[in-house]
Design a protein around this ligand. Structure first.
Ligand code: ADP
Length: 402
């Protein structure tokens, strides 16, 4: 079975075509600058990268070009689009209703349009990407895989905010979380590695990338996660502040003369690691500055590590124990310095950190970073959100055929 995974951003559209019999990636690429002058498609297959410069005025244009490229006689990998059995779409927000991967029909598309307020930056491109596929290849089933779905099992006391109930009733203001597909994927992989039963375990997954979140998983289900109504809440991230006293917003509006939209933008786009270092949101740059002992980079890493540690501690309490923990995503997988800062000082958990293992696991590989004596094993586990989406898509489409 061949599955195309589509991840539509505001001006880009990433894709990967999987052969799901082997889970190999047959081709992948990215349509960039959609709706902007100078748009192009970067396509990679059989070890060759091709750049196709072509005007792409919307996401439907991008999908059309991608399908043409995949079936191209020279650089394509399939003869006809009918070889694609299903298309899986990453959708950032499913609201309260969409708690499982769902086959797309007209109602789903209209419901997704209604969810735009929850994730304005992502919801419109996500829906445009789906509509583009439906229009260009109506014979291929489309499946939406929601970033929020895995978190839908949180108990009410964990997802409600302490604000008047009517705002939940009228506008569904509550914690939804994000990165759910990744947390589920690495949680299952972690259980397998640690030799524990995912359905009968207490696991903490730390997805630390440009956007970061930590999730507490009990018996295979999410019971709490650090991102909230939007991805702004929780950890300090590349450019997001994470947890903050909400009164800071009004205070900054008063002091700076900015309106609430501007301050919200500052909290989302100018804060976090970028705001603290005043130089970069990218962990590779911050690690370089850290090595030179630049005080703001040292502080940024210390703040991030401290907050990860606090969330791990609080989720150990929420789970009433923990069987295994893992680090994943761009920073979680590739920054041993940060993992060391988080894991030294968790001795109360009986964690015996293995410094050598932490620094020697290769890029792209999974591995244990605690010793055999550690009461709680901690792993570095590589995430693969596209493969996770492809697997969920296969499940939905296979159930259709039953
Ligand atoms: P997102 O999917 O949220 O955009 P990623 O999971 O790709 O983010 O993570 C991006 C972050 O990972 C960036 O801060 C980047 O610097 C960091 N990162 C990626 N590779 C490395 C590396 N080799 N060493 C340190 N940090 C890395």
């Amino acid at each position: 079975m061949k599955v195309l995974v589509v991840n539509a951003g505001s001006s880009s559209l990433k894709y990967q075509l999987f052969d799901m019999d082997t889970e190999d990636v047959i081709a992948k690429g990215n349509a960039e600058r959609i709706g902007i002058e100078g748009s192009f498609l970067k396509h990679k297959a059989n070890g060759v990268e091709t750049i196709l410069e072509k005007s792409l005025s919307n996401h439907a244009d991008a999908i059309k070009l991608i399908l043409e490229t995949l079936t191209d006689a020279q650089i394509g990998v399939i003869k006809d689009i009918t070889e694609i059995d299903a298309i899986g779409h990453r959708v950032v927000h499913g609201g309260e209703h969409y708690t499982k991967p769902t086959l797309v029909d007209e109602k789903v598309i209209s419901d997704l349009r209604g969810l735009v307020d929850f994730a304005p930056l992502h919801a419109i491109p996500n829906t445009d990407g789906i509509i583009g596929c439906v229009n260009v290849a109506p014979q291929i089933p489309n499946v939406t895989v929601f970033d929020t779905a895995f978190h839908s099992t949180m108990p009410k006391y964990a997802y409600m905010y302490g604000i008047p109930m009517k705002y939940y009733r009228d506008y569904a203001v509550r914690r939804y979380g994000a990165h759910g597909t990744s947390h589920k994927f690495v949680g299952q992989k972690l259980a397998e590695y640690a030799g524990i039963d995912f359905q009968n375990s207490k696991i903490i997954t730390c997805h630390i990338g440009n956007g970061s979140s930590i999730t507490a998983i009990k018996n295979g289900e999410c019971i709490d996660t650090s991102m909230g109504f939007t991805p702004l809440e929780g950890l300090i991230m590349g450019t997001r502040s994470g947890d903050i006293d909400a009164n800071v917003i009004q205070f900054l509006c008063k002091k700076t003369g900015y309106d609430v939209n501007k301050v919200t933008e500052i909290l989302n786009k100018e804060s976090g690691l970028l705001g603290i270092t005043e130089k970069s949101s990218d962990m590779r740059d911050i690690c370089e500055m850290y090595e030179k002992k630049e005080p703001q980079a040292v502080l940024a890493l210390e703040m991030l590590a401290y907050r990860i540690k606090k969330y791990i501690g609080s989720y150990v309490a929420a789970l009433d124990g923990v069987d295994a923990i893992c680090f994943t995503a761009g920073i979680g997988e590739n920054t041993p310095e940060l993992r060391e800062m988080v894991l030294t000082g968790l001795t109360y958990l009986g964690i015996d950190f293995d410094r050598d293992a932490n620094y020697s696991i290769l890029r792209g590989e999974d591995g244990l970073i605690t010793t055999k004596n550690s009461k709680v094993p901690i792993y570095k586990i590589c995430t693969d959100e596209e493969l996770a989406i492809a697997r969920e898509t296969v499940e939905v489409v296979s159930n259709l055929k039953k």
